[in-house]
Design a binder for this molecule. Structure first.
Ligand SMILES: [Zn+2]
Length: 220
C-alpha cells in the first residue's frame, strides 16, 4: 500500500498548495480499534493543519468528536451515538447525552435511542444543519484547487461520500482525489487523470503520511 517517495512528495505538495481540503471517512474508521482510531484522528488533525477543510463521515461512533477538530467543519449524515431521539419519532427533537435524565421522551414517554441511521425512524434533523453548512462550503470549492481524501469508504452508503466525490472530481478540473481503501480503492476511467487509487488501510495511510511528511520536512 505504501506510496513511493515520489508520490509522497507530490501529495505533500498538493496538500501544501490546495485551497480546500475535503475528507470523507467511511466504514474502516468505524470498525477500527480504539488506539488505532485515536492515533489516526490525531494524525489527520495534524495533516489538516490550518487548511480550509471539511470532513464528511458515515461513522456513527462519534469518536471523531474526541479529536480537536472544529465541529463546525464536520458533518455526520448517518447520525452519531452521542445524540438521542424518541424511539417512536413522535418529535423531531434531538437530545444530547447529558440532557437525558430518565432516558425517556419528554413528549410521549417512549425510550430514547441513538440518533443514527440504525434507528427504526431516523430523525434527520440531527445532522441537517451541518449538512447545509457542508453544501455551502462545497459551493465555494467550485473550480478552485480542491484536494480530496476519500478514506476507507465502501459501498454501504455510496450516495453520501463515494459517488458525490467522484462527481466533484469529474466537474472540477482543479480537483484531485486520493481514494484509499483495503478493498474498494478502484477509480473509474473518466476521472483517472485526477484521482489516485491507493490499496490499503486508510487509517495506516493517514498515520504513515503524517510521519513521512514530518520526517522529510515537507509539512506545509
Ligand atoms: Zn416521543
Amino acid at each position: 500500500m505504501d506510496l513511493k517517495a515520489k508520490e509522497i512528495e507530490c501529495l505533500a505538495e498538493m496538500l501544501a498548495e490546495c485551497e480546500y481540503l475535503l475528507i470523507g471517512l467511511g466504514d474502516e474508521w468505524e470498525k477500527a480499534g480504539q488506539d488505532e482510531v485515536r492515533k489516526a484522528y490525531e494524525s489527520l488533525y495534524n495533516l489538516v493543519g490550518q487548511k480550509d477543510y471539511f470532513i464528511v463521515t458515515t461513522a456513527t461512533d462519534a469518536r471523531i468528536f474526541d479529536a480537536p477538530f472544529d465541529e463546525k467543519r464536520i458533518t455526520a449524515p448517518c447520525g452519531n451515538i452521542n445524540w438521542f431521539q424518541c424511539q417512536k419519532a413522535c418529535t423531531k427533537d434531538i437530545w444530547e447525552r447529558d440532557e437525558i435524565q430518565d432516558g425517556r421522551c419528554p413528549h410521549c414517554g417512549a425510550v430514547l435511542i441513538s440518533n443514527t441511521i440504525q434507528a427504526e425512524s431516523y430523525i434527520e434533523e440531527g445532522y441537517l444543519p451541518q449538512w447545509k453548512v457542508y453544501q455551502e462550503w462545497l459551493a465555494k470549492t467550485l473550480n478552485r484547487k480542491l484536494l480530496i481524501f476519500e478514506l476507507g469508504v465502501g459501498f454501504r452508503t455510496p450516495t453520501v461520500i463515494r459517488w458525490p466525490f467522484e462527481k466533484l472530481v469529474f466537474f472540477n478540473r482543479s480537483a484531485h482525489m486520493y481514494r484509499v481503501n483495503r478493498k474498494f480503492y478502484q477509480i473509474a476511467g473518466e476521472i483517472k487523470e485526477r484521482a489516485v487509487p491507493v490499496e490499503g488501510d486508510s487509517l495506516e495511510f493517514v498515520c504513515n503520511l503524517r510521519e513521512k511528511i514530518e520526517n522529510q520536512g515537507l509539512m506545509c
